[in-house]
Structures are given as C-alpha cells and as structure tokens.
Design a protein around this ligand. Structure first.
Ligand SMILES: [Zn+2]
Length: 351
C-alpha cells in the first residue's frame, strides 16, 4: 500500500495546485508513517522492498511524463493498485540482501528462510527475485538471470533420423496440432484431467448460494483449479514448442483465422487452446536457438465439411447455398452446416 499512499499524496498535491512531490519527500513521509498506528506494520517489511514500491511509482510517472513530452508512446497516468487484484507480489533487487542458501532455500530480509521447490536450475546468479502470491494462494519465486542465446547446431545436419529441415504444424480444434510429418498432437492427459476438475469445480460453485461461506470455499477451489489448468497448459506448450524447435530448422504454423471466430462461441475454445501463448513460445525459442519461425493464417473450411459424417467435400462457390453430402446423403443448408461444424469443433477441443 506504499505505492497507493505515495500516489494519493501526489494526486492530492496536484489537485490542490501544489508542486510535484519529490521521491525523497515521499520516502521521508513513509519513514514518518511507520510511527503511526495505521502504518506501523511497514516497520516489519524490509526497507528495501518499500523503497522498491516507491521506485516502481517513479518509473510509472516517468513513463507518463515522457509520453506527454512525446519522447515515447503515451501511457496513462499511474493508477491505484487494486486491493481486489488477488495477485500480490514483492520484489527484492540485488541490494535487498536476499540470498539463496547452500541448502537451496531462499533467504529474504525480515521474512527468513523459505523452502523452495525448484522448477529448474538457475543458469547464472540471479540479480532480482520476485515473490508472487497468486489468486489461488500459492507462492512463486521468479528470478531475473542473465542468459546468452544458445544457437543449436543446424537441424537436418544432425545424425538422428527424426530431425528435419522444416516442419509445418497445423493448429486446429480437433487436435491441438497436426504436423506435416503426420503426427497428431492432442492435449496431454494431465491437461485434460485438470480441465475436467476445473469444470467440476465450476459446476459446484454455480450451485452454491450467493454470499454463503460455502460459496467462498467453492470459489477458492475454482481459482486453484484454474491455476492448475493454466500450469498444465503452459507445461504442455513448453514441452511441445521446445521439441519442435529442437528438431526442425524451420517451423511454419498454420492457425485458424481467429478473428472471424472471436464473436462466436468458438472463441472460448480458441482461448482455451492457448494458441497465441504457444505461438509466442515457438517464436522466442526459434529466435533463441537460431531457427526460423513463420506463422500463417488459414480459413477454417467449415463450409466444405459434412457436419453429419465429417466427409470433406471440397470448396464450394458462395452461390451454392445448399448441397447434399456425397457420402452419407444428408442435405445441408450451407450456413447451418458451417455453424454446426464450428460448434462441434469447439466442443471437441476442451476434452
Ligand atoms: Zn456426410
């Protein structure tokens, strides 16, 4: 709340025509505030962390002023940080005297040593650590480290038969991805299981009475399940994107034209599939490892497929408003058939 207090002080000064409060004055005000009963808890928090909040506010103001002066793209004036935002974070820079102990614990000033479940080895000594508490009440530590771009040897020149010069992947709804070498990739079981749990938690929440204690509990459960799904999805995306980038010199990704779908119920499915996050990973990993990545959009052939039997009947000119499936004989209205297809695909993906 240091951030909000400082912001409030500046806003009040501005509104009453007083000069801009300098950072040093804010810092002094904070030190005084520690002696008041409402803010005495500040004394329990590391001073460096409090200073960091003030510095974050300075950065926000600088971006705002530079924008006004035309030195960089305009951004809005700093805003209050919401108490409703259930995600909280605290950042320790190099001079905050935090450390990783020999036993692999995280030692934080005024907090003490914390046990850490390390998700990966740090490639070099980190300069900053951010401890995040997410909406589900879980704590994470994220470190800032220096890395070099590690260019991999050219794929295709390597001995393994699985390595190829390039691959095309088709991101779809039926399968998460289909590669040009014939692999059909569905979301892994751990992700499907997490998604199922989430749906159950959501259903249970919808049955709880508003304002009841049980509803609060159910809401927490949903938040936790959400977080698990997001984690599982991220892990799957990381695994797959690393594999594709490692094994191919060039990766081309084709995706459904998502824009047209944004207004439909399918949008949620596309969102669930997390294509954009996955494509982002492919892009940065390709760059890091000296590979090529290209993204191509494609229109979903919803009007070419029989919604009855799945037979793909080939492209149809727009004036064809109705057609009969060659294989199963179902008579189709063009638009109804297309809509049915899109919906079916959308439903299939979440499983
Ligand atoms: Zn058919």
């Amino acid at each position: 709340m240091v951030y909000n207090d400082a912001l409030a002080a500046r806003r009040t000064a501005h509104a009453s025509g007083l000069p801009y409060i300098k950072a040093a004055e804010l810092s002094a005000a904070m030190t005084r505030a520690k002696k008041t009963p409402e803010r005495c808890w500040l004394g329990e928090v590391s001073a460096v962390v409090l200073q960091q909040s003030l510095r974050d506010l300075e950065t926000a103001y600088r971006a705002f002023f530079d924008g006004l002066a035309g030195k960089r793209p305009r951004v809005g004036a700093p805003r209050f940080k919401s108490r409703k935002d259930r995600r909280q974070s605290i950042r320790f820079t190099a001079n905050a005297r935090w450390a990783i102990t020999k036993g692999g614990k995280l030692a934080l000033p005024k907090i003490g040593e914390l046990k850490v479940r390390w998700s990966r080895r740090l490639p070099s000594t980190p300069s900053t650590v951010t401890v995040i508490r997410d909406a589900a009440g879980r704590y994470f530590a994220s470190f800032v480290v220096e890395t070099r771009d590690d260019r991999l040897p050219r794929a295709g020149a390597q001995a393994s038969a699985r390595l190829g010069p390039d691959v095309e992947i088709d991101l779809g709804l039926e399968h998460f991805a289909v590669t040009s070498d014939g692999r059909k990739i569905t979301s892994p079981r751990f992700l499907r299981r997490a998604a199922k749990k989430l749906r159950r938690a959501q259903q249970s929440l919808s049955r709880k009475q508003k304002g009841s204690a049980n509803r609060d509990k159910a809401r927490m459960k949903v938040a936790r399940a959400h977080a698990k799904v997001a984690d599982a999805r991220r892990e799957f995306h990381h695994q797959l994107s690393s594999e594709l980038v490692r094994e191919n010199q060039a990766v081309y990704a084709e995706t459904l034209c998502v824009k047209g779908l944004a207004r439909t119920r399918l949008a949620k499915s596309v969102h669930d599939a997390g294509w954009s996050a996955f494509l982002g990973m492919l892009e940065y990993k390709a760059q890091r490892y000296g590979r090529t990545f290209t993204q191509v959009g494609r229109a979903y052939p919803s009007s070419q497929i029989c919604s009855g039997c799945g037979y793909r009947d080939g492209p149809k000119p727009l004036h064809v408003r109705a057609w009969t499936c060659e294989r199963c004989g179902t008579a189709h209205d063009r638009d109804v058939n297309a809509a049915r297809n899109i919906l079916d695909e959308g439903r299939r993906i979440i499983t």
